[in-house]
Design a protein around this ligand. Structure first.
Ligand SMILES: *[C@@H]1O[C@H](CO)[C@@H](O)[C@H](O)[C@H]1NC(C)=O
Ligand SMILES: *[C@@H]1O[C@H](CO)[C@@H](O)[C@H](O)[C@H]1NC(C)=O
Ligand SMILES: *[C@@H]1O[C@H](CO)[C@@H](O)[C@H](O)[C@H]1NC(C)=O
Length: 508
């Protein structure tokens, strides 16, 4: 241990005294609040989750982590001692603002039910223990709810998603016959990334139209996951697995645009969009190998605002020229910006000049107060994760968008920067000089993102798109030549007895 000079020690002791004397409101276990979809048996998700707000004995919400050594602890067990199930319950995620996020993954179904104990020290929190009356299905139990409205109600799906409404406004009616003749011709070449799906009686069939269709593993997994939870409408559609949206025809042109489904939208295309494969896959595989997902990020946002490094930060690949400009700016203004390219592919000749930055874990991005979001080939798929952090996001203006962007406003949820980054330095200076305002925008952005990007809402969104599409089909979907059945994953080691009436199934 280093020796401190006495002159320093004395004031330090005084400060410590003041800190320990400050009235730190202790947590009241019974007054604390617990809520969320993971407390409902009917909300089947890969990872179930709920929230906890620590409340003081005076009834005030805590706004930072509770002081002291006492911890919140959660135990999730089968209600019946006869049913042995594997359930993984990691430690609650401390969101560093007085709230916690609790996750659990079930590897089997329980028939009688679940008991969830939530403890603070040895005291029960809120209405703990929570009893979830069974059956409580696990992710891989193939047991779709027959009535979509019931399912949507159980998940509290929003009645309207503005992006879905906007996307389908261009397509009052969907002519499958026309799609069948035009899509392969227009988009189905060798180098294409189009997969043609048909869903019939909750079975999924597909054929690939191009060579670059490996990403169908992502569309397959979410469609199968949905089909295990809810009866899907009969459908026939084309999904574009490439980066760029495809349909550039205008609505008033003849022939008009086709409703190609893509993961990213742009202002000059008409593609119908879904949540990106990135947020979807990380949601499905959270706590099973994926570590950066919409939930885990929330408990890993680095130091509190006042302790973050007061610089803007960027690390990423060289997928767009502005990213290189960002590094140049950073070299010239190291006191404002720390930007680096971690991998060269598109601009390999630049590596010598700009250098390669070491990879850094995503959670460590939040050591910095400001995060720069610059497009990659299309929208930067890190944006949802950045918004879930507690740093201020500086977002490059962009024609590209994902399914949730519509709800986020410049100066309310993030700070906009010009596409050519011309005002980036100015905006960083603004944030440094207006710390309160910057912090407020960061918080508002984070709270809105937490609400919009809840995993159960991804499921709502997917279903919403399939439903709107189905309503507009002017003929019956069919299994086309060359299509193959995409089977549900084998889950024969887990117990799963579906108590719902199954829809009638026809074998292929
Ligand atoms: C306390 O927190 C809960 C949950 O975060 C919130 O709904 C409620 O409005 C808060 N109460 C006050 C007085 O801020
Ligand atoms: C900031 O960091 C200091 C030193 O590590 C720590 O004592 C303090 O609690 C931190 N402040 C907040 C608000 O987290
Ligand atoms: C369960 O699945 C595994 C892997 O597909 C297979 O090898 C095994 O034979 C199956 N067992 C039963 C009882 O079906």
């Amino acid at each position: 241990m280093r020796r401190l000079p006495w002159a320093l020690l004395l004031p330090l002791q005084l400060v410590l005294l003041v800190v320990t004397r400050a009235p730190e409101a202790p947590v009241s276990a019974p007054r604390s609040l617990v809520w969320g979809p993971g407390l409902q048996a009917g909300v089947v998700l890969p990872v179930r989750y709920f929230y906890l707000q620590a409340v003081s004995s005076e009834g005030q919400n805590l706004t930072r982590s509770p002081p002291g050594q006492t911890l919140f602890k959660v135990v999730v067990k089968s209600l019946s001692p006869k049913e042995l199930v594997r359930i993984h319950v990691p430690k609650p995620l401390d969101r560093n603002d007085g709230t916690f996020l609790i996750r659990y993954r079930m590897y089997e179904t329980v028939i009688e039910g679940l008991k969830i104990d939530i403890l603070y020290g040895d005291e029960h929190v809120a209405q703990s223990p929570y009893i979830l009356k069974g059956p409580v299905y696990h992710e891989y139990c193939d047991c779709p709810e027959e009535n979509p409205q019931t399912w949507q109600k159980t998940l509290s799906c929003p009645t309207e998603e503005p992006q879905i409404a906007k996307d389908f406004a261009s397509f009052p009616s969907i002519n499958l016959q026309q799609m069948l003749t035009e899509v392969p011709k227009r988009f189905g070449d060798e180098r294409g990334a189009i997969v043609h799906y048909t869903i019939l009686k909750n079975h999924i069939y597909r054929r690939s139209l191009g060579k670059y269709t490996d990403f169908k593993m992502f569309s397959d997994e979410i469609l199968l996951s949905l089909a295990r939870k809810v009866l899907l409408p009969d459908l026939e559609f084309y999904i574009n697995l490439g980066d760029w949206p495809l349909e550039h025809r205008k609505v008033n042109e003849t022939p008009g645009p086709l409703p190609i489904i893509s993961w990213c939208g742009s202002l000059d295309s008409r593609d119908v969009i879904l949540p990106t494969y990135d947020v979807t896959h990380s949601t499905l595989e959270a706590m099973r190998g994926v570590t950066n997902d919409l939930l885990s990020i929330q408990g890993n946002t680095g130091p509190s605002w006042i302790n973050k490094t007061e610089k803007a930060f960027f690390r990423g690949r060289d997928s767009r020229e502005e990213r290189l400009q960002l590094v140049q700016l950073s070299k010239e203004n190291p006191q404002l910006l720390d930007a680096g390219i971690t991998g060269y592919f598109f601009f390999q000749e630049k590596e010598k000049e700009l250098g390669k930055a070491k990879l850094i874990g995503f959670f460590d991005f939040f050591q910095y107060k400001y995060q720069v979001n610059v497009d990659g080939t299309v929208a930067a798929y890190r944006y949802p994760y950045l918004m879930l952090g507690d740093s201020l996001v500086l977002k490059q203006d962009s024609p590209y968008y994902e399914h949730f962007y519509m709800a986020l406003m410049p100066w309310k949820h993030y700070v906009p920067i010009k596409r050519n980054l011309g005002d980036l330095l100015e905006k960083i200076k603004w944030a440094k000089e207006n710390d309160e305002e910057a912090k407020r925008i960061a918080k508002e952005g984070q709270l809105t993102a937490r609400d919009l990007l809840q995993p159960h809402r991804l499921y709502c969104y997917y279903y919403g798109v399939l439903q709107k599409y189905a309503e507009r089909q002017s003929s019956k979907p069919e299994i086309r030549e060359g299509m193959e059945l995409v089977p549900q994953p084998d889950d024969n080691t887990s117990f799963c007895q579906c108590h719902r009436k199954r829809p009638s199934r026809e074998e292929l």
